[in-house]
Design a protein around this ligand. Structure first.
Ligand code: AGP
Length: 615
């Protein structure tokens, strides 16, 4: 969480830092700050609570102006210490050293006590402040800023990506990374650092992706990188194929809206070159995929949030289509227990960002403890920590997802997981040519089906109006639709702040039905599948309790109209692959329009961040 940016350039760096920070806001927006080394070699700082625009306003009012060619900046998602100006980064020690940090220093309390005893004064409640004091202390006995940083990072437990400048070393910005992302951008304007390429796309397409444990000393004309053993090392310069317009809003009001409507293309891009008209290409998963899949006897999926919900759908598919025993667990729990991992398990991580700390750490710890397993990640970010840690990689080509609420990453994850289910099923001779062709046909029809569903937006806007005064909502579904109900509930709660829960419809009578009253809308998903009649009975149970109901059905489901029930037909003849991917679309639109009615900050809902790189 938290976004950092910095650099050294030929002109005034402040506008570059501010524009980059805005693009990093998806990583957190509790506060923002900037420190620039002025021409008279002084660190000048501005910080503000809330979004980057508040920082910008405060900088505009500031005199003398914050300008210079060397600087660092930060947008914060609060972990240690409330969102306040005092806790905002960059932190400064004795007016000479300044630091921006993304991550958590777990042993900060111990370091803080030691530093207090040495006479360092603390002005914030953050874990980060110990970093700046450590560097200040180490500089007394180090020959350079780089050496001081290489020394102190060895005393830190936890995760960090750091950008550091010092008035004693004008012309240098030093960085370090361990457990949190950091890239270097090379441009004819100068050299820059950031948590993510998107922050620098305006000025460069050339990037170096630092590896775990790397440190680097950056000047206007040089970049010197060292590995975890402090040995100088070369890291490749890569050219990003991200386009600037991919991260611009265009004619849309919000990124969430844009990303919902990008789904037909995102699915097309994800499927491209991975299927022919009737087959799934095993080569899409990498050279060794066929051998690994053939030897796989069990699957364990780990993920968080929306990615976990995609994994829940995949459990049904992998067991139904590939006949492969599959478990799924949220990464934040899995990483802290001693799970029994059987030999020949394929450990699958699913993640939009590839940087979610819980998922990454769960993967690392299982890899350390179990040798006879293989790993696959389904990820949207090619240059991410998860892709680096995994043997097999299947990239979802959703394009950059900026809105905190995941939408196109979810549907592209599902499309990828459908490919995987067929691929593994083929390797185990569980999927014949006819079944494969039929699933490929379903996948090929998805972009058109999604487009058609999106055309029903105006009806969903009508439905959203009835949520204006609601505080609770219940989502129901059976089979894979329970996972879709969970994803629908997650979307509604995170952007409209309506308390939403999802239940398997058959479980209602075992307790949750007590929650139902006339003020709690119930949203049910009714595909035309083998559980339809059971679901219809569950809807009768709800109706008897006087709740307002919304049912999204397949035209062929023929859910009988009842009092206080709106039935909206989505499309018809959806199957086991298409139904979950199509039924999430109206739920995404519903959440979006409810959030608009509630007047929340759709793309940046309170307390959240896009990429959760801390525990
Ligand atoms: C959902 O809308 C959120 N964006 C969140 O649940 C997210 O899916 C979760 O934090 C996992 O992120 P990842 O896919 O980047 O690993």
């Amino acid at each position: 969480m938290c976004g950092i940016i910095g650099g050294i350039c030929k002109d005034n760096i402040t506008p570059i830092l501010l524009s980059g920070l805005k693009r990093l806001e998806y990583r957190g927006y509790d506060s923002a700050g900037v420190v620039v080394l002025s021409n008279d070699n002084k660190l000048s700082r501005a910080r503000a609570v809330g979004k980057v625009v508040n920082l910008e306003t405060s900088i505009q009012k500031q005199s003398p102006k914050i300008q210079g060619s060397l600087g660092i900046a930060h947008t914060r998602w609060a972990t240690h210490g409330e969102p306040s100006t005092q806790n905002a980064h960059p932190h400064i020690c004795f007016d000479t050293v300044s630091v921006v940090h993304n991550g958590i220093i777990e042993n900060f309390l111990k370091l803080k006590q030691e530093q207090k005893a040495q006479g360092y004064a603390f002005t914030s409640d953050t874990d980060t402040e110990v970093i700046v004091h450590s560097i200040h202390q180490a500089l007394k006995t180090s020959e350079s800023l780089l050496k001081a940083i290489q020394k102190v990072v060895k005393t830190f437990e936890g995760t960090y990506s750091l950008g550091v400048i010092s008035s004693e070393y004008p012309g240098h910005i030093v960085v370090a990374r361990s457990g949190s992302p950091l890239i270097i951008g090379i441009s004819d304007k100068g050299n820059f650092i950031a948590s993510d390429q998107v922050a620098l796309l305006d000025i460069t397409k050339k990037f170096i992706f630092l590896k775990e444990g790397d440190t680097a000393d950056i000047t206007l004309n040089s970049i010197t990188i060292y590995n975890q053993n402090d040995r100088q090392i070369n890291r490749a310069i890569k050219t990003s194929n991200l386009k600037n317009n991919q991260i611009d809003l265009g004619d849309y009001k919000h990124y969430m809206q844009k990303e919902i409507f990008e789904q037909p293309q995102a699915i097309r891009d994800t499927l491209e070159s991975r299927i022919t008209k009737d087959t799934v290409l095993l080569s899409a998963f990498g050279h060794h995929a066929e051998t690994i899949f053939t030897n796989t006897e069990h699957i364990q999926i780990i993920a968080c949030g929306t990615s976990y919900n995609a994994g829940l759908v995949a459990k049904y598919w992998l067991e139904d289509i590939a006949k492969m025993p599959t478990n799924i667990e949220v990464a934040s729990e899995y990483r802290y227990r001693n799970p029994i991992v059987l030999d020949n398990t394929l450990l699958i991580t699913i993640s939009q960002s590839g940087e979610t700390a819980d998922t990454l750490e769960a993967l690392k710890s299982i890899k350390k403890r179990h040798k006879n397993i293989h790993t696959l990640t389904i990820c949207n970010c090619a240059e991410s920590s998860l892709t680096r840690e995994s043997e097999l990689i299947l990239l979802t080509h959703a394009g950059p997802e900026i809105s905190v609420a995941s939408t196109k990453s979810f549907t592209t994850q599902l499309a990828s997981l459908a490919l995987l289910s067929v691929a593994i099923g083929k390797c185990h001779k569980q999927v014949d040519k006819q079944q494969e062709a039929s699933i490929v046909d379903s996948l090929n029809r998805l972009p058109g089906l999604i487009k058609k569903t999106l055309e029903q937006e105006s009806q969903i806007i009508e439905l959203a109006r009835s949520f204006k005064d609601k505080f609770n909502a219940i989502f129901l579904g059976r089979g894979t639709m329970h996972a879709i109900a969970m994803e629908g509930a997650l979307k509604l709660k995170e952007i409209s702040y309506i308390h939403s829960e999802a239940f398997p419809a058959g479980e209602l009578k075992h307790g949750p039905i007590a929650l139902i009253d006339k003020d709690t809308p119930v949203i049910a998903i009714a595909p035309n599948d083998q559980l339809l009649d059971k679901l219809k009975s569950n809807l009768q149970e709800v109706k008897s309790r006087g709740s307002q109901m919304i049912v999204f059905e397949d035209e062929m489901s023929n859910v009988p109209p009842m009092k206080n029930m709106t039935v909206m037909s989505i499309t018809h003849n959806l199957g086991r692959i298409t139904a979950p991917i199509i039924f999430i679309i109206p739920l995404q639109l519903l959440s979006y329009h409810v959030a608009l009615i509630k007047g929340t900050d759709v793309d940046k809902p309170r307390n959240l961040a896009k990429s959760v790189t801390v525990e």
